[in-house]
Write a protein that binds this ligand. Structure first.
Ligand code: HEM
Length: 597
């Protein structure tokens, strides 16, 4: 599908061997077959020329028939061999749901809009590691055992990689950056990006968060609630707010948010949203990407093929990627010029300014090229936008449904100064508990996090599961190429970690740091929302601070209630979103508490 891009280096493409090695290894044999066909055909041509030696009836068809027979036998052999590989596996003893289809296994149930429910069933009905069926009976694992997650993300991290297919997708969309790199290249990005997210820099970003929060209050909400309580669509408000947050504090460029009901004026916001939706429409083609890149290594040729392919979604992706790429490249050029000419505000606090300033002085092995900076810009915007708006949607939906909790939280906020600094924000106990509990019970990126075993490995288990044959399994042997779903939502609701009330929304569980006795490798408090280990979310403190600032500013000014009862939380892509009749929407009743500024 998204064959557009510029930066793809052939050698970096990895194949999902478990799914593809069979077919891949057959390719030389297919070429051989083609060779035989050519031989037969050329032989047939030459017989035609021997006029004086007439052939018996059907003789001229014989080579063709032989070819067809050989092809059929060979193809049958290949398909049989592929299926045989699936017939028995070392993972068969791991319990899991029956396959729904020979072709797609459980994947449709797992990934459709209501996939959350199916995943919830897995977590309720089976052990902390569940086997599900993939394409043509490929065995995959759904994992939320704390010891197994620790092994995948920390202890034995090099044995597992982010899905090569998704890496390939993100490299094609944005180029080489933190989300699309592995090994040393990834470590380089982490090393140069981490300081931008360190506490002293985050402290400097808080005024930027307030600026955006107050703009949301004054421009997006207040004008609509002047005549009295109003139902407003908070999904669109928070989409604009989260993009504004990342543009202001992430890349240091701001724009005026649009008013709900009017057409959005910012093309970048539209482009980002449209990109994710459109890519998801072609999700079934993602597994083919590493192949496409391998066999069509030239971006210009891939582009020509896209232009010729009559798939409107593909053309849309091409145009969006072009647009985002141009915008990010322009941004990087302007920033570099400003740094070189000394015009960049020395107090600029946004992530990209900090990154580009430190990049200008970085040692050569850490230095990022302009292309890498362009990729980083797009990736930071991508990673920090929909995630934040999904979290804001949940926070305000839950506060609207829990009026007592909302009143308690508002009282805490009103008792504090209007603009809080870093330490005050992290110390408001009710605010801290609400944000932690929302992120625990409803992780915004879930359950769409994948890894693939790059060599044979063993998954340790914190408690044994009972295998299909009735024996207790204390660990699971994982063959190379196995796809693994990191079941973060299931981990966050694991009764063995959180107790019998794990499924309840109870912010008070965070009182006195009760929820904090370490049992998992999550970045804090046993939650896997931001993952753990070397690829954990680099922006997790940034994200929590922005959620806190928005909550403080909006709860001071408004009361939220009565979310539309038709709202359903669905997962059309990787991020669950509120929907009514298949439209993304979150109507909540809002009334003004303060005089407008
Ligand atoms: C509530 C909001 C957020 C959630 C739930 C979230 C969650 C995550 C998760 C689960 C990952 C790991 C993905 C994987 O390895 O497959 C991740 C990675 C990442 N996140 Fe976030 N994120 C959030 C907000 C942000 C923000 C605001 C930023 C930037 C300002 C950000 C930047 C990143 C980056 C750059 C990575 C890639 C890290 C790496 O590969 O080393 N995230 N995020």
């Amino acid at each position: 599908m998204i064959l557009v891009v510029r930066h793809v280096k052939d050698g970096q493409m990895l194949l999902n061997e478990e799914l593809f090695s069979g077919i891949h290894r057959c390719l030389p044999a297919f070429s051989y077959l083609k060779y035989i066909m050519i031989l037969f055909l050329s032989k047939s041509t030459s017989t035609d020329l021997v006029i004086n030696n007439p052939s018996p009836p059907f003789a001229s068809c014989a080579p063709m028939m032989a070819t067809v027979v050989i092809c059929t036998i060979f193809l049958g052999f290949c398909v049989g061999w592929l299926l045989l590989r699936r017939v028995s596996s070392i993972l068969d003893n791991v319990p899991g749901p029956p396959s729904k289809s020979l072709l797609t296994g459980n994947l449709v149930q797992f990934h459709d809009a209501n996939g959350w429910e199916f995943q919830h069933e897995l977590e309720q009905d089976y052990g902390q590691v569940v086997k599900i069926n993939g394409i043509l009976g490929d065995r995959q694992l759904f994992v939320f055992d704390p010891a197994a997650l620790h092994s995948i993300l920390v202890e034995n991290e090099t044995a597992y990689e982010d899905m090569p297919k998704l890496m390939c997708l993100s490299r094609l969309l944005w180029g080489n950056g933190i989300l699309s790199s592995v090994g040393n290249a990834h470590r380089k990005y982490r090393k140069i990006l981490t300081p931008a997210f360190a506490t002293p820099n985050l402290k400097g970003m808080i005024p930027l968060f307030y600026e955006v929060a107050e703009r949301t209050r004054d421009n997006l909400i207040a004008p609509h609630v002047l005549p009295g309580p109003q139902m407003l669509d908070f999904n669109s408000i928070f989409s604009r707010t989260s993009l504004d947050l990342i543009r202001r504090a992430g890349i240091g460029y701001s724009f005026d948010p649009t008013i709900p009901g009017q057409a959005p004026t910012d093309r970048y916001a539209e482009a980002l949203k449209a990109l994710i939706d459109t890519v998801w429409k072609l999700a079934l083609m993602i597994p083919l990407l590493p192949w496409v890149v391998k066999f069509i290594p030239f971006p210009s040729l891939r582009r020509r093929m896209i232009n010729l392919t009559p798939l409107p979604a593909l053309h849309r992706i091409r145009d969006i990627v072009d647009f985002m790429d141009t915008a990010a490249a322009q941004f990087v050029r302007d920033r570099r010029t400003a740094i070189e000419s000394g015009d960049l505000d020395t107090d600029a606090k946004d992530v990209m300014s900090l990154l580009m300033k430190s990049n200008a002085n970085a040692e050569s092995e850490l230095h990022l090229t302009d292309d890498e900076l362009v990729a980083s810009t797009s990736m930071i915007i991508f990673a920090g936008t929909d995630t934040t708006s999904a979290a804001l949607n949940r926070v305000f939906y839950l506060l609207a449904r829990h009026p007592d909790l909302q009143d308690k939280l508002r009282a805490e906020i009103i008792a504090a100064p209007e603009r809080l600094d870093y330490s005050a924000l992290v110390e408001l106990p009710c605010l801290d508990a609400v944000i932690h509990e929302v992120l625990r019970l409803y992780p915004p990126v879930s359950p769409a996090l994948f890894r693939e075993a790059v060599h044979d490995a063993v998954l340790p288990l914190s408690s044994p599961i009972i295998g299909v044959d009735g024996t207790a399994l204390h660990s699971i042997a994982v063959p190379k190429g196995t796809s693994i779903y990191l079941a973060t939502a299931a981990a966050n609701r694991n009764k063995r970690v959180w107790g019998e009330d794990a499924l309840e929304f109870k912010p008070e569980r965070w009182d006195n740091g009760k929820a904090d006795s370490t049992k998992t490798c999550g970045v804090y408090g046993n939650t896997m929302t931001f993952l753990g280990g070397a690829r954990s979310c680099i922006g997790y403190k940034f994200a929590q601070l922005e959620l806190k600032v928005i909550t403080c500013v909006l709860l001071r000014a408004f009361r939220f209630s009565n979310p539309d009862p038709r709202v359903q939380w669905q997962k059309p892509g990787v991020i669950p979103s509120p929907r009514i009749d298949n439209r993304q929407e979150l109507p909540i009743l809002v009334e003004r508490l303060l005089e407008p500024v």
